[in-house]
Design a protein around this ligand. Structure first.
Ligand code: GLN
Ligand code: ZN
Length: 750
């Protein structure tokens, strides 16, 4: 009979219980046993919740104290050598994740195109692996003791190796496959001996562009593992299989999970390729977003699969693990009821999966209530004036104004004449320390303990203090400090139409860190200026140029839950036009330098190269549309961090910002080679102070970085600035570092 399945449940807990327990444990205020007790409690609660929701196939080992890729690394006994002196398992686990005084943490990067960060495996030639953790077995047994049969989840060997990085030149991580397979085999055999009927092995790399080596590793891995393992459900997600369809379907596994939310069009190809006895798990409820499913439409998709594979070879599931969705919508009582009726969090998504399964087993009438509610929501969604606003659509549908009045050389001359900045001008990226005071005052204001005039005069005082400090330090282009902002996306979302905010819509970002992305549910517009008041106030305090600070449209899109009833590009255009109006209002208020931050531009790149161009085209257009309305002598800056720019240099140049500041200090200016090779035409501020570290760099450190930069980029194009905003730093380090930074610029001028 057709079964309902889940691929993974959020671990953090409805009230971020895991976060609290982790942070208490790290501080030493609870011990490891207490942390483990909280973790066990969460697992139990989540297993029971899934069973109560009507899920037949419930995952285990999807839980993690920090990260599931790190769990796999520990399973393989692959903690780096520099931690070899730590014996205690839990201490080792957190040391590897977070670093110690002696040894830096393992690196972290984004899990495919999500905002979840995993700990990057470190690989080297001749590496030895051995079973370091049987967590998968322990958690399987833990559920079993509660009377719940589960399907353990592990990250597959090809994905684990592909996500790793190596410092050994010329070493393809995949060449370590034969070294890791015996450990996988040992673990899988143990699971089988323990009674597990099935195991879910995640190989999301199957939806990327794979090398031949990766493809043959995939074959070899499952030829070795399938005979010793429980029945394998091979899980793919985040996109279509395309050229790996045949490969995935021909592996000697018992089941294949495919993502039919991101790629519904792949169903036919999958059905054609799938051998006659393989179970097909159809991912038809979106695990990556918060929208309620249109159950009738998804039932159509499931029925097509059913027609082909029959009832006994079909599983119905979310598209991917629900790790990327918040836990439960039930607590969102502040949301407008109509808006709420359009949403589904993890728990509600499982109810959708269960309803689809019941409908397949017994007919739609057997799940009438769920289907009726879904149909009503779909109907209200289609018509709501809260979502669809004709003027906004009309404006965003028209051709965008993409070009500044003049090309860069003419603008540069006009800007030089206007601002008369010295060579190697100095500036910062925007925010200044968000101290406890600032956060407390904001909380007090939000909760009504202080009124607006009190809060505003506090912000004015902070801003003025920051302006005076920058003047005293001798910075050339000042900023107001962003004290009024909680977060660079939320601050704008709260002032734009079409955005909503949840109370508990937390999703894990990394370790104990969670984010609560805004929800873009409707057409976006800007009812009133958003930043002019603070920029104009700051500008009135000083004779030096004051830089206005905005978040760019691609970053606002990327860090939100975005509506799926229209292309992302269309939503981005609407945001771009709202930001454009803000740019023009800033300019009209006399702000001559405006920075539009796009730190998330690179991370929005699609997983497959064939989709890059289309994305980059609209992303670049949207940025250009925010900036193109200003006069030649208004200087547009942009800022990016955490990015590999080599791949997308032409697009960065196509943004045509007058100045770009980028994070470079950690990579020792290596990034600048991309700018040099490309002969990047406009001005650049390579970050010379790694603001993610509390360390105060000396003037000599900074000067060395700038001199290195000057070998890649002509000196007259260079600015001097930190890597990123300073909001997480303390004032003493900020003042000391900026003093060195200004001295660095002076030394270079001399
Ligand atoms: N202007 C923002 C700040 O300074 C930029 C932050 C970012 O790049 N992530 O905080
Ligand atoms: Zn940054």
């Amino acid at each position: 009979m057709t079964r309902s399945a889940n691929l993974g449940f959020p671990r953090i807990g409805l009230h971020r219980e895991l976060k609290q327990a982790l942070e208490a444990c790290w501080k030493g205020s609870i011990d490891t046993a207490a942390l483990q007790a909280t973790a066990r409690e969460l697992r139990k609660r989540h297993w029971q919740l899934q069973r109560d929701a009507g899920i037949d196939v419930i995952p285990s080992n999807d839980f993690s104290l920090y990260d599931h890729v790190l769990d796999t690394t520990m399973m393989l006994g692959a903690a780096p050598q520099r931690f070899a002196n730590i014996d205690d398992k839990t201490a080792l686990y957190f040391a590897v994740a977070r670093g110690t005084a002696e040894a830096p943490a393992m690196e972290m990067t984004k899990w495919f195109d999500t905002n979840y960060h995993y700990i990057v495996p470190e690989l080297h030639r001749g590496q030895q692996f051995s079973l370091g953790s049987a967590k998968a077995v322990e958690e399987y047994l833990e559920a079993k003791a509660l009377g719940i049969e589960t399907r353990p989840v592990i990250v597959g060997p090809v994905t684990w190796l592909s996500l790793g990085k190596t410092r050994d030149d010329g070493l393809d991580p995949i060449s370590l496959l034969d070294a890791v397979l015996p450990v996988y085999a040992e673990l899988l055999a143990t699971l089988k001996a323990t009674g597990a009927q099935w195991v879910q092995i995640d190989e999301p790399v199957l939806s990327l562009d794979l090398s031949d080596a990766q493809k043959s590793a995939m074959r070899r891995a499952y030829e070795v593992l399938a005979p010793v393992a429980p029945r394998i459900m091979l899980a793919t997600y985040f996109g279509a299989l395309l050229d790996t369809t045949e490969l995935a379907a021909s592996l000697p596994v018992s089941g294949l999970h495919v993502d039919l939310v991101r790629a519904p069009e792949q169903l036919d190809a999958i059905l054609t390729a799938l051998p006659g006895n393989t179970v097909l798990s159809v991912g038809v409820v979106d695990g990556r977003n918060i929208w309620r499913a249109d159950l009738d439409r998804q039932l159509g998709l499931v029925s097509r699969a059913w027609d082909s594979v029959g009832p006994d070879r079909l599983e119905i599931a979310p598209s991917c693990s629900l790790l990327h969705a918040p836990v439960d919508l039930d607590g969102e009582t502040d949301l407008d009821p109509e808006l709420r009726s359009w949403l589904a969090f993890a728990k509600q998504k499982l109810l959708e999966v269960a309803a689809l399964t019941v409908a397949m087993q017994k007919g739609r009438a057997a799940a009438k209530e769920a289907f009726d509610a879904s149909a009503a929501a779909t109907q209200s969604h289609r018509q709501s004036t809260r979502i669809h606003r004709p003027q906004v659509k009309e404006r965003a549908g028209a051709a965008l104004d993409l070009d500044r009045r003049s090309r860069f050389p003419a603008r540069r001359d006009a800007q030089r004449a206007r601002f008369r900045l010295p060579a190697f001008p100095t500036t910062t990226i925007g925010s200044f320390p968000q101290t406890g005071d600032v956060r407390e005052m904001r909380a007090a204001f939000r909760h009504g303990r202080i009124d607006a005039p009190v809060y505003e005069s506090f912000l004015e005082a902070e801003t003025e203090k920051t302006v005076r400090i920058q003047e005293r330090l001798g910075l050339d282009v000042l900023v107001h400090g962003e004290f009024e902002r909680n977060d660079m996306v939320e601050y704008f979302g709260e002032q734009l139409e079409g955005f909503a905010f949840t109370r508990n819509g937390w999703v894990q970002s990394y370790g104990s860190r969670c984010v609560k992305p805004p929800v873009i549910y409707g057409d976006v517009s800007r009812p009133a200026p958003m930043t002019v008041r603070w920029s104009a106030y700051a500008a009135s305090l000083t004779d030096r140029p004051m830089k206005g600070m905005l978040t760019g449209p691609v970053t606002i899109l990327q860090w939100s839950f975005v509506r799926v009833d229209q292309p992302r590009a269309d939503t981005c255009r609407q945001i771009a036009l709202a930001i454009r109006d803000e740019v023009l209002d800033l300019e009209a208020a006399g702000i001559g330098i405006i920075q539009i931050d796009e730190p998330a531009l690179r991370e929005g790149l699609p997983l497959r190269r064939r989709d890059w161009d289309a994305y980059l085209r609209w992303a670049v257009d949207c940025f250009r549309a925010t900036a193109s309305g200003v006069a030649d002598d208004t200087q547009i800056h942009t800022h990016m961090c955490y990015a590999e720019f080599n791949d997308i240099m032409p697009s960065i140049a196509a943004l045509d910002a007058d100045v770009i500041s980028i994070e470079t200090s950690r990579s020792d200016m290596e990034l600048l080679q991309a700018f040099r090779n490309f002969r990047y035409p406009n001005e650049i501020g390579p970050g010379i102070w790694d603001i993610h570290s509390p360390r105060v760099p000396s003037q000599a450190d900074m000067e060395a970085l700038m001199r290195k930069a000057a070998t890649a980029i002509p000196a007259e194009q260079l600015w001097v600035n930190p890597d990123c905003g300073l909001k997480t730093r303390g004032w003493p380090e900020v003042e000391a570092s900026l003093e060195h930074l200004v001295q660095t610029a002076r030394a270079l001028r001399a």
